[in-house]
Design a protein around this ligand. Sequence first.
Ligand SMILES: [Zn+2]
Ligand SMILES: [Zn+2]
Length: 300
Amino acid sequence: MRGIVAAASSAHGRQKPTLQKSGSISVRGADKILIPADNHLHTKLCGHAAGEIDEYLDRAAALGIREVGFADHFPLYFLPPDKMIPDYAMDESKLPAYVNMVKENAAVSPINVKLGIEADFVPGHEEELERLLAPYQFDFITGSVHFIDGWGFDNSAELEGYSSRNIDGIYERYFFLLQQAALTGLFDIMAHPDLVKKFNFRPACDLRPLYEETARAFKRAGVCVEVNTAGLRYPAKEVYPGPELLEVFHRHGLPVTIGSDAHRPEDVGFGLIEAVKLIRNIGYREIATFSGRKIKYIKI
Ligand SMILES: [Zn+2]
Ligand SMILES: [Zn+2]
């Protein structure tokens, strides 16, 4: 997500699918797969995305996507004004404009357009976040961990942080924060739940106990997990969460939604056909979307 790096997409299906104009694919021996929704789109208001909102919606319409959710970056409420990171998230003053822009477009779009927001979790700032979110009628609130104790670990400008830390420790801390985020009860969806692998620094430790613990916390919190295809655009070359973690989430009965994390119109729907295939292979038969913070399901 941060530090937009345009990279070639990777299709990692076993059978090469044929992409059709409608956004559906034909795979020999399988049913036609459609992109049911894209629940993670950004807008230029965050400062690091490109294109106009109607270009995102036109792209979704061209792909035959019936529902989209905008989930732009909530202001960095946890930083003091003099420590703000420019172009990292929308400025607090832009939040009403964001809400209005999405609502106005939703009113005229042939696509079902949902108003979401992607908010960072930073421990100790929960009440502030709750207070700042309260005035708005979001369809869903997506919770993200992009910072580990002040370090923007998914920011390409802060890559040196990986060389001064223990990789296993980074993963442990990341999943701990993710669990804490879910347990605040502030979020409907947990975004890209293994974002920590973005730059492909992989741990030596066995991640399964952490995966189980995270799934248990998510279940207790009643959150939905996002299958986010942005990981295919970065060195990890894998969706977030990867198949092993997604299987654990499925076994714990957690609902899933899907999102491209598009920061430019051409990335709307990116990789979502592969994501739906993966989700089906794991055993899911529906994905979740949200209206007025209530979950509903679309068959896949
Ligand atoms: Zn972003
Ligand atoms: Zn994110």
